[in-house]
Design a protein around this ligand. Sequence first.
Ligand code: IDP
Ligand code: MG
Length: 137
Amino acid sequence: MERTFAIIKPDAVERNITGKILEKIESNGFHIVGLKKVHITLEQAMGFYYVHKDRPFYTELCTYMARSPIVVLVLEKEGAIAEWRKLMGATNPADADPGTIRKEFGLSLGENSVHGSDSPESAAFEIPYFFAMCELI
Ligand code: IDP
Ligand code: MG
């Protein structure tokens, strides 16, 4: 069983659709092994997205992620990393396939409702960024 890290981003939490996204996660066979709602600081967002520090959208992205609460999750499933990326859909909701979370709920390229680790290496960085071992079931 593989684990991946997911976020329900500010645009989705603000619109009260956390439950709708959790329903998609569970009905697609992911087991939630960690879940909490947090409001991160700008500094914490900058640390989390450090890989993007040289990208032109880094400041906009970090400001958005720190503007209101998020729900952070660890999901377990066979092939969880690729499976969660597939269920999320393309980064830009306009390019996402029908049935994906970003297609259904995403507002824009920046405010695209969910995050997911893109590799085992990023999952190994992202999970412990938010969760202690004793918080994972
Ligand atoms: P991903 O979330 O699909 O892995 P990344 O390229 O890793 O996409 O970008 C991280 C996040 O940064 C995106 O999910 C989105 O919220 C934001 N982002 C990406 N490109 C842009 C952009 O051109 N303008 C504003 N925000 C962006
Ligand atoms: Mg990414």
